[in-house]
Design a protein around this ligand. Sequence first.
Ligand code: HEM
Length: 392
Amino acid sequence: MPKAKNAVDDTPTRRSVLIAGAGIGLTATACTREARPPAGAPGPGAHAARRRQAGVTTPQQATALILAYDLDPALRGTAGARELKAVLERWTRALAETRETAETQQTGDTGDTGEAQEAGGGRVARLTATLGVGPGLPDRLGLRAPDALRDLPSFPGDRLDPARCGGDVLVQLCADSADATEATAATLTRLAGDTLSPRWRQGGFLPPSPDGGGTPRDLLGFKNGSANPTAEECERWVWSGDATYLVVRRVHLRVEDFARLAVHRQEEIVGRRRATGAPLDGGSEHDDVDPLAKDAQGRYTTPPRSHVRAASPRLDDGARMLRRSYSYADGPTDQGLLFLAFMRDPALFARVQRRMAAQDDLAAFTQARGSAVAYVLPGAGPGRPLGAELLG
Ligand code: HEM
């Protein structure tokens, strides 16, 4: 049976976006399934007292920029922790100021749209900065980190470029304009001084959608994010208190080879309808796929080697990840998916990825070339800059 839609008003009020975007206040957002026009009221997953970073359950902005930094190799132990703490304090202040500036330069009342207007009329906005630490960092600084923070294993079919992997500190910047993410990136890198040096960066965008709005499409032309968890499912599977994990994969896609296939075959590979995102046996976009459902002739309605079958939460005791992916295009021969997913335990990613390598026809069109995992700390609050939980 398809799962009933769970209507969620997941767009925070403008004010909460601005504050949360700066990482200094309360986030009152729910998950991205059923993305809807702004409504203001927090969804059922919202907790007034939560200090969660923005950019996780925030509805997707048009562009993303992932920044990976390495801690100065000379820095270790308490001295290293002190330096990093100073950087994160500067970042927390700068991000708060960025948002305040956007607010005061605002030229008109945008209502509860979660967006600010820049002086001169350019839309900035909905900038979110989401910070995490990589698996190598806590040990070097003599800090306690959760056991789940460890390097991802290697997977069959990966062709990882070490220069696009890992990092001690990861920042996901998202906004409706690449100018906004670039300007913020420049500020963060400047404030990092010699303590954190840039390791790699990857920009991403949402391709124009023929249906306008709704779930974004990937470069294969399919809606990507339809089966994301509801607000309640996020409470159970994405958040661990106010923290979560981010998995980043830069996945090269053989876009042209895939495009040459008949739509019917493409849909068999993905396991959902290309036009609507609906399951192959009917229903609508946000309905769950039952990977074991059969038709009257006893054939699986969703092919056993389809992507949604390999990725099905039913094979993980219901565990879900929140995908918030973007596309990337770095020249004509290198384009793909900047896969971004949040979950309470990155072991889920490893299980799904292993199944994809073993039993997913989509894997023939994909190749991971970059990879990173980060522990996304609780958000900042009054008197508690980013990183306070880890660095004291
Ligand atoms: C490599 C490029 C990838 C592409 C183009 C892609 C595309 C898609 C599409 C079109 C869907 C169906 C619509 C939706 O629910 O979003 C989907 C579902 C899903 N994908 Fe991927 N995906 C990719 C990689 C991955 C990876 C690496 C993982 C995790 C290891 C993953 C996990 C999932 C999950 C969990 C679902 C939802 C399954 C469900 O609940 O029915 N995907 N993906």
